[in-house]
Design a protein around this ligand. Structure first.
Ligand SMILES: Nc1ncnc2c1ncn2[C@@H]1O[C@H](COP(=O)(O)OP(=O)(O)O)[C@@H](O)[C@H]1O
Ligand SMILES: [Mg+2]
Length: 314
């Protein structure tokens, strides 16, 4: 797939001289779901807001379907929809007016059928004449999504879409995201929940201190970087880990019958064969052996730690 969004050497310094984006480059492929994962303050919202033209930036450039966000702002912007992190809605307008008006902002002619479909998809149809201030927080978030989609953008940004929403809405949200992907819409969402990236993204980018520290396909990220856990269940309890096994750095559970061994799948030699041979030589009886893939969570935490260490070193 071609890249629909190209961000090159982007830097953003806030007025107080804080550098929120640091020479950041990132390409997004058309039609993918991309999760931008990073802790609070990493620069996720700053990145999204600069790409959407809400915030200015200092150096670098951004191309949306080859349109330059600064030089060809209207063309570039009309391809983008954004659901911002903060709820910012006109309290006294109705749902219908709000969403319909949004479409007009992008120079698109009215399309009541599209707006009706959108409101129905987002379970907002029976609220179409309600004033926004009468809606719950979750409903307001649905309105924000409807607004972002009102002009049929090809790229949708969702900034922390599931922060402080209920389970129901979260489920609906993912349904909407999946339907949009089927229609060919590119989706970029930010989250600081690893499990969300794991659940929905095709690719994951990890951001910290205004820098992208890693971009990869979710699946290959998990398998390439992942450590695996070997769980060895013994037939009989043991008192402690025998000294012959000490160099394997095993852990013994409280019930004294399960040994866990962490190994790296990337390593040349996992050490499993020699571990199992030693165990056999010691006359320990195995009840069961299983392996678990370590989650994106541990990969993420390891990477953040590494990037912090690099900061300290540099
Ligand atoms: N208007 C601003 N002025 C100064 N610093 C800001 C401003 N907005 C955000 N920041 C700082 O920039 C960093 C990145 O913020 P943000 O992009 O909101 O992070 P994220 O969305 O990943 O939580 C944070 O350290 C934040 O305090
Ligand atoms: Mg944010």
């Amino acid at each position: 797939m071609p890249d629909i969004l190209k961000i090159k050497n982007l830097s953003k310094v806030y007025k107080n001289n804080f550098k929120a984006l640091d020479n950041l480059s990132l390409n997004i492929q058309e039609g993918e779901i991309f999760a931008l994962l990073g802790p609070n303050g990493a620069g996720k919202s700053t990145l999204i807001n600069t790409v959407c033209g809400i915030l200015n930036f200092d150096t670098g450039n951004i191309l949306v379907n080859e349109f330059d966000i600064k030089k060809q702002y209207r063309k570039a912007r009309s391809l983008i929809g954004i659901v911002p992190q903060e709820l910012n809605l006109e309290a006294f307008e109705t749902v219908w007016d709000n969403v319909n008006y949004s479409r007009g902002l992008y120079g698109k002619s009215s399309n009541y059928i599209h707006i009706e479909e959108l409101l129905k998809e987002l379970s907002l149809w029976d609220k179409k004449d309600s004033k926004l201030r009468e809606l719950s927080g979750g409903m307001k978030r649905r309105v924000l999504i409807a607004k972002a989609l009102s002009h049929e953008p090809r790229i949708l940004f969702l900034d922390e879409p599931t922060a402080s929403i209920d389970v129901e809405l979260r489920k609906d949200m993912w349904e909407v995201v999946k339907r949009l992907k089927k229609k060919g819409v590119t989706i970029i969402l930010t989250t600081h929940y690893i499990f969300e990236a794991e659940e929905i993204a095709d690719r994951v980018g990890i951001i910290n201190n205004g820098k992208i520290i890693l971009v990869d396909y979710k699946d290959s990220l998990i398998s390439k970087l992942g450590q695996k856990i070997l769980r060895i269940e013994l037939n009989n309890k043991i008192e402690k880990i025998p000294y012959q096994l000490e160099h394997f750095n095993l852990e013994l559970n409280k019930d004294m019958n399960i040994l866990t061994y962490i190994y790296n799948t990337k390593g040349q030699n996992t050490g499993i064969t020699s571990l199992l041979t030693e165990i056999k030589n010691l006359g320990m009886q195995l009840k069961d052996i299983s392996t678990e893939q370590s989650s994106l969570e541990s990969i993420f935490l390891n990477l953040l730690k590494e990037s912090e260490n690099e900061l300290v070193r540099s």
